[in-house]
Write a new protein. Structure first.
Lengths: 242, 105
């Protein structure tokens, strides 16, 4: 399985260790910045919903899943039973199954410790950057993924802490439009990936479906959109075949 | 929220992330499944950015064309096609967004 990495159509452009670290920090910075408001919101909402400061911080330290945390806090606010909170976590986290499947061949040769570490830090942002890195340099770098993951983990937890201790002063942060950074980065990652007609179809179907799902507040629209997009791309015959 | 609910949540998120990283069950994806998975990254990332760009209020499609998220988003798409420098595209896109955000406000 390790060999599939080295026998790629195009040979990998290996980066030195220090260059890799710098690259990872540069790449993660804007994404980490964009998640600040969410982390702050998560921290302040936790306190509002009656969690102790310690619990609020532990949630970000150990659950470490923005969307799942915010949804569970909202459910807590409407007095939902624990089963509802857990099942919402399952639904929201299920997209990570997909990331895990995509990266499987890249991490299969790593030690259990490395796989656990990378799995724990596997977020939307880390997945996006790791895939973009692979696209650009033709290999998967565990170190790059680790630094990106740790960067996001630390900012998420610092943001949560800020939310816990000083939510009032930072309330305006969510109106700055920082989420546009996420959109810009994901666009810049996705567009160069569109190298064939099926990928274009997958992207268009996924985007349109995501918008429709959001418009009609369909639960877990993200997964439906990604699934439909993938299927559409899969069903689309590649150019050579036509 | 009780500690055990939080522990279950942590367990769920980690299990989902670790799922296919396990090597106890030794299997390889079939070439069909691998082809399907090759569309995962562009599809899932688009499912995340499209609503931000086209539904800046988070719920409904933008009503006006003069929307910082829409204009700067579409500009970023166009720039990504022309310029192959990811970082430059992001900086230009963000710059346009910030400029618009503050000229609209």
């Amino acid at each position: 399985m390790t060999d599939s990495l080295t026998h790629h159509e195009t040979s990998p452009r290996l980066l030195g260790r220090s260059k890799l670290c710098v690259q990872a920090l540069i790449d993660v910075f804007p994404l980490a910045l964009a998640m600040l408001p969410w982390g702050v919101l998560c921290g302040s909402l936790s306190i509002e919903m009656g969690l102790s400061a310690w619990q609020a911080q532990c949630m970000s330290l150990f659950v470490f899943a923005g969307a799942a945390q915010l949804s569970s806090l909202n459910l807590l606010g409407v007095m939902a039973p624990p089963a509802a909170i857990v099942s919402s976590t399952v639904v929201i986290s299920s997209r990570h199954l997909l990331y895990s499947a995509v990266l499987r061949s890249d991490v299969a040769h790593l030690s259990l410790r490395w796989r656990c570490l990378l799995a724990f830090l596997l977020t939307d942002e880390m997945f996006a950057l790791a895939v973009a890195f692979k696209q650009k340099y033709r290999y998967f770098s565990p170190l790059y993924a680790l630094i990106v993951g740790l960067g996001i983990y630390s900012v998420w937890n610092i943001a949560t802490l800020i939310g816990i201790v000083a939510s009032q002063q930072w309330a305006g942060l969510s109106h700055l439009g920082l989420e546009f950074a996420v959109a810009a980065i994901f666009i810049a990652i996705v567009i160069p990936m569109i190298k064939s007609f099926p990928i274009l179809v997958a992207v268009l179907i996924s985007g349109v479906t995501a918008i429709i799902c959001t418009q009609f507040s369909v639960e877990n629209g993200l997964l439906i959109a990604a699934g439909l997009g993938m299927l559409a791309g899969y069903c689309c015959p590649p150019k050579e075949a036509r | 929220m009780s500690w055990w609910v939080m522990a279950v949540m942590a367990l769920v998120t980690f299990s989902c992330r670790f799922s296919f990283f396990n090597t106890l069950i030794n299997f390889n994806f079939s070439s069909r499944l691998q082809r399907l998975l090759s569309f995962a990254a562009p599809a899932v990332l688009t499912a995340m950015w499209a609503p931000i760009v086209f539904m800046s209020n988070g719920q409904t499609l933008v009503a006006t064309l003069w929307d910082p998220f829409l204009i700067a988003g579409l500009a970023t798409v166009l720039m990504s096609i022309v310029i192959r420098q990811t970082l430059l595209v992001v900086i230009l896109g963000m710059g346009l967004f910030v400029a618009m955000q503050y000229s609209v406000a």
